[in-house]
Design a protein. Structure first.
Length: 256
């Protein structure tokens, strides 16, 4: 994806926590997790900070108004399976300790190693017409005012968001020999070698609200095959349509 029009700033923040579960959309009985939070998850986190009600933020955070890049900061994570009991909540008359209505589900978790945290770097850039939203979001993150609260996929997995920097000089690079973030497979021409810890994950990227038979539904309208380097290091190769930040390492990111 291209950066939104009239963007003149990129906000870098660090998302972290001890546990996470970003459910893969094609799993059911055994819920698998993505290694990075999908773009749709990041949008939900930002909406919670801005205190925008559920299902009312899709237009503000569409790809033409909000650009998002995601980078795994390090490989301090493990994937483990836990079996959880889910209690039925269809009726208030059903006691929570009634085991006959419990359902078991195997849940794959991202877990930080030892006393470390799971960490991702998130890069945000708003369309110039959305400058007010950009400034409000930046101010709330700096003040650690997270609105409704933020989590890593499920409410019990509490998250933290830390302001890192704001970049004003963003350079478009049509052909790059390296990348420092997750990137859509469509933007990859080749890799210099195979000595990377790479994975490809198909994930939802954008949603909108649709109405059918007078009922509103959240609908995913864009997916992507996203490549992630799971050790968090720079990838050398040939990549199309990325953006360079004005920092000492000249990091280059791909908008998802």
């Amino acid at each position: 994806m291209d950066i939104p029009l009239n963007t003149d700033q990129v906000l870098e923040v660090k998302l972290s926590g001890k546990f996470a579960h970003f459910r893969k959309f094609y799993t059911n009985a055994s819920s698998l997790t993505y290694t990075i939070p999908p773009r749709t998850t990041i949008c939900g986190i930002l909406a919670s900070i801005l205190q925008i009600p559920r299902d009312e933020y899709y237009d503000l955070m569409s790809s033409d108004k909000l650009g998002i890049a995601i980078s795994l900061k390090n490989n301090n994570y493990l994937k483990i399976f836990q079996t959880l009991n889910y209690a039925a909540d269809k009726s208030k008359k059903t006691p929570i300790n009634d085991l006959s209505v419990h359902k078991q589900c195997r849940l794959e978790l991202l877990k930080a190693q030892g006393d470390k945290n799971l960490e991702w770097l998130i890069f945000l850039c708003f369309n110039g017409k959305q400058e007010n939203s950009f400034l409000i979001l930046k101010d709330k993150i700096q003040k650690r005012d997270f609105g409704y609260g933020i989590s890593l996929g499920q409410k019990q997995f509490l998250a933290n968001l830390e302001y890192i920097n704001t970049y004003a000089n963003i350079q478009f690079i049509p052909e790059s020999n390296y990348i420092d973030s997750a990137i859509n497979m469509e933007q990859i021409k080749n890799l210099d070698n195979e000595n990377y810890d790479l994975i490809m994950e198909r994930m939802p990227l954008e949603q909108r609200l649709e109405t059918r038979n007078k009922k509103s539904y959240r609908q995913t309208v864009r997916f992507g095959n996203i490549m992630v380097n799971t050790n968090g290091n720079r990838i050398i190769g040939s990549f199309n349509n990325v953006y360079e930040l004005d920092d000492e390492n000249k990091r280059r990111i791909a908008i998802l």
